[in-house]
Design a protein around this ligand. Sequence first.
Ligand code: NDP
Length: 330
Amino acid sequence: MDHFRALVADNNGEEAPTLTIKNLTTADLPEGEVTVRVAYSSVNYKDGMVGIWGRMIKSYPHIPGIDLSGTVTESTDPRYKPGDEVIVTSYGLGVTHYGGYSELARVPASWVVPLPTGLTQREAMILGTAGFTAALSVQRLEDNGLTPEKGPVVVAGASGGVGSVAVNILAKRGYEVTASTGRLSEEAYLKELGAKHVIHRDELTETEQRPIRRPLWAAAVDPVGGKTLSYLLSTLQYGGSVATSGLTGGVEVETSVYPFILRGVNWLGIDSVECPMELRSRVWERLASDLKPTMLSNTIVNEIQLEQLPEELALILQGQVRGRTIVKLG
Ligand code: NDP
């Protein structure tokens, strides 16, 4: 495959990049030890920030796409050989290095995760960075003492990528899940994923800053941040934890020392990008086994082609995408 198609972001001095599908050759690929024929990629909020807003792009032209799954076609690293099925996410993929919106990708071997037994390439991208982040959040919460007996768990931004996978994983593990969403029209979908209660996100939004409130949750998964996170910190039960991964609701968080010194709560930072490979591989193995979401087989997945990406990337920035969207390349 000397020629291949990719979604290329260019910038001719405008504020936002232009996105065009181009025919490229292998000579256009960046350096790296492993070349992958990409089967699927996916759409994440970060892909919207990169592709539509041009955030984090260091130089043009650029191929976005922070996730890919596929089959190795060439490798100068002895750990990988042609025919191996792999997942690549995180590090610089799709941000500082050409990403997954491309039929062919070349990446450093140190970014590659072998596709675990129990997951297909398609399933790996239904999960993608969002699913990985949801699983990492659950892993960290449980490492900090969370069990279903401790009490209810709330998931913010529940109809988005991280949120929907988190709802599904937690429900499957026996937790009583409250899903918080700005789109109550998604109630049936969220209940199908396993949420016991669905609440409007306004119920979790701090209007009046109070350091501590009636304790409600044993834990929270929060890809939203901002005023939602302020509220969650003030409503965790004694010893409870919040796993913070995102910023769709804002980056500023007002809080005080009280939840920490009066209730011993844990504020856990979740980072998928630089997550060490040993933990990363363990979480992917778990996503293929005990944490494998039921949504992979039950829920209809939005599958798109390269041509539909510009529109889909704009929609995710407007909070209009439900669950996960995958991109078929192979
Ligand atoms: P999605 O757009 O799929 O989901 C985000 C959800 O947040 C939306 O679906 C919506 O849920 C909610 N939301 C959107 N806008 C607002 C708003 N203004 N106020 C409150 N809630 C809002 O994105 P992803 O799941 O891909 O990513 C979620 C966040 O997590 C992003 O900030 C992303 O950058 C971050 N992230 C971080 C990672 C890390 O390593 N730390 C890895 C992956 C993602 P609803 O309609 O249900 O309210």
